[in-house]
Design a protein around this ligand. Structure first.
Ligand SMILES: [Zn+2]
Ligand SMILES: [Zn+2]
Length: 393
């Protein structure tokens, strides 16, 4: 008997390299999504286009199983030049697949093609090809435009390549995987006055200094010491270096906040605001506070992780890691995992060639990982939608 996945590797490798040579930035993935849509349709899979602009959802329903799952691949590249020489180097100046999303798209297409052929499950799988993962809000837009109303899911899965793990190795870990990435702004509003007569005004500069000096007490005194968190003030605007005898009316401060759990994220939002308002009150001035939630943390659900782990152990045998350090980066897969129990796994990409890691001008997805990634997605669907849902308690 032939192995449909093995038979498809040459095609998928050529496809991956073609995608690599034609990188497209977030919400501009027209060529890529045309290829995705065409290949899904050719495999006999129903497609839905237009969610998030260039997003594509392929739906494959087999048998009468009622369980439905979603698998996510991101399609976008980064606005940066490719510096390494390779036969399939980016044809577009200043655009590059430096995060391996060309590989993610290929793996999910490979699984869709294999599953459409083998039809070895009972239920519904949605292949979700999202635009604009790299900070442009593709996942959020797909959700806002009704992804889960149109395609409800009982669980949703994401995968990212990871240098440092072997291409036949995978990490499937319960709990936090990627940090939240949020921004905050504080404006202290006093009454400007002559620098020699501070008693005639209300000085926002001294208030700002007190606020910044107190900021790290949030991590040290409020957040659980066993929970990682970061608060940084990264921007400070006040007065004029050419007017050193003027106390200004306003000081503007901005920064970032990172957390790995929704609870700590809420704490950071509340506490930065409380500190700003409390400091303003102490100095008799006003404070305005804005916390901008950008990307939630990716936290793997226990049940979805157990299901992913079972498929991983089947495909990768002993080369499954169940502990792996979380990344301080973010992934907007978090918006999908906010709508259904989610699990995000790390597929090995081999050693970092010449030290090139994600977002490096020499980075490349490792084609040796294609077969393993396709087998993982395929096995996950076959087990998840086996009709034997109670197998995992
Ligand atoms: Zn990236
Ligand atoms: Zn990425």
């Amino acid at each position: 008997m032939t192995d449909p996945i093995l038979d498809d590797i040459a095609f998928l490798t050529a496809l991956r390299r073609d995608l690599h040579a034609h990188p497209e930035l977030g919400f501009e993935e027209t060529r890529t999504s045309d290829i995705v849509a065409k290949l899904l349709e050719e495999a006999g899979i129903t497609i839905h286009r237009g969610l998030g602009g260039t997003g594509v959802v392929g739906t494959l329903q087999i048998g009468n199983g009622t369980r439905t799952i979603g698998l996510r691949a991101d399609m976008d590249a980064l606005a940066m030049p490719e510096m390494a020489d390779r036969p399939y180097k980016s044809k577009f100046a200043g655009k590059m697949h430096a995060c391996g999303h060309d590989g993610h798209t290929t793996l999910l297409l490979g699984a869709a093609r294999a599953l459409a052929k083998s039809r070895n499950f009972s239920g519904t799988v949605h292949f979700i090809f999202q635009p604009a993962e790299e900070g442009r809000g593709g996942a959020k837009r797909m959700v806002e435009e009704g992804l889960f109303n149109l395609f409800p899911c009982d669980a949703v899965y994401g995968l990212h390549n990871m240098p440092g793990l072997d291409p036949d190795e995978i990490a499937v870990v319960e709990g936090p995987q990627l940090a939240s990435s949020d921004s905050w702004r504080v404006t202290f509003r006093g009454t400007g006055t002559h620098g020699a007569k501070p008693h005639l005004g209300k000085d926002p500069v001294t208030a700002a200094a007190t606020f910044i000096a107190s900021l790290q007490t949030i991590i040290g005194r409020v957040v659980d010491p066993l929970q990682p968190a970061v608060v940084s003030a990264c921007s400070l605007q006040a007065g004029d270096p050419k007017a050193l005898n003027v106390i200004p009316d306003i000081v503007e401060i901005g920064g970032t906040a990172r957390a790995y759990t929704p609870h700590v994220r809420d704490q950071l939002e509340q506490e930065i605001g409380r500190l700003a308002q409390g400091t303003a009150m102490m100095y008799g001035i006003a404070a305005e506070y804005d916390f901008i939630r950008r990307i939630p943390p990716v936290v793997n659900n226990a049940d979805a992780t157990a299901r992913a782990l079972r498929a991983a152990q089947d495909v990768f045998g002993s080369k499954v890691r169940t502990s792996f350090p979380p990344s301080t980066a973010g992934d907007d897969f978090a918006f999908f995992a906010g709508e259904a129990p989610g699990c995000y796994v790390w597929l090995g990409n081999g050693p970092a060639v010449d030290g090139a890691l994600h977002h490096n001008t020499a980075y490349d997805f490792n084609d040796d990982a294609i077969e393993h990634g396709v087998r993982f997605w395929t096995r996950l669907v076959e087990q998840e939608l086996s009709g034997d849902h109670d197998a995992i308690a």
